[in-house]
Design a protein around this ligand. Structure first.
Ligand code: INI
Length: 160
């Protein structure tokens, strides 16, 4: 019997891309800093000269799937993290943006075989989004952990 698990240490070989939406950047910039803090504390080189980590900014969450697909298909990364914040109070097309982002991101992972972390907050209010981006906890940290786990897990499966 084989058991496969991701790991959270010895992550030197992982190359990671982060795609961040500028829309609601009060929230998404906080998610990004929580995510990068997590990655750095687990041994990822997050310096500006890093060859292990790249960050791409897109206008909004709707654009996350396209750019994730480009990066995932490049073969340069073992995992892609998407970060966004869609707030119901801000838009009548909340449901459209959320559906396109979530289905698109899931499709990219399946089509490329590269795990894509769904780091898009979907909340009713800005207050709720901020609470999840640092006021209470920072889900960016969790997305970083999930990226390490999935990136290393897919590597372990590939070597089996
Ligand atoms: N994009 C978001 O990431 N969050 C939102 O809350 C949001 N609202 O409210 O509309 C949003 N819209 C922009 C959208 O993602 C696209 O960037 C835009 O439609 C251009 O394609």
């Amino acid at each position: 019997m084989a058991t496969f698990e991701g790991r959270f240490t010895d992550v030197e070989g992982l190359r990671i891309a982060v795609v961040v939406a500028r829309f609601n950047d009060l929230v998404t910039a906080k998610l990004l800093s929580g995510c990068l803090d997590c990655l750095a504390r687990h041994g990822v080189d997050t310096s500006s000269t890093s060859s292990q980590l790249d960050v791409a900014w897109v206008p909004g969450s709707f654009e996350l799937p396209l750019v994730s697909q480009n990066l995932a298909a490049s073969g340069r990364y073992q995992v892609v993290i998407t970060l966004g914040a869609v707030i119901r109070g801000d838009t009548p097309h909340f449901d459209v943006v959320v559906a396109e982002a979530s289905k698109g991101i899931a499709a990219v992972a399946r089509e490329t075989g590269v795990p894509v972390i769904f780091g898009v907050l979907t909340t009713d209010t800005m207050q709720q989004a901020l609470e999840r981006a640092g006021i209470k906890s920072n889900l960016g940290w969790s997305y970083g952990l999930e990226a390490l786990e999935m990136g290393s897990l897919m590597g372990a499966l590939g070597r089996a």
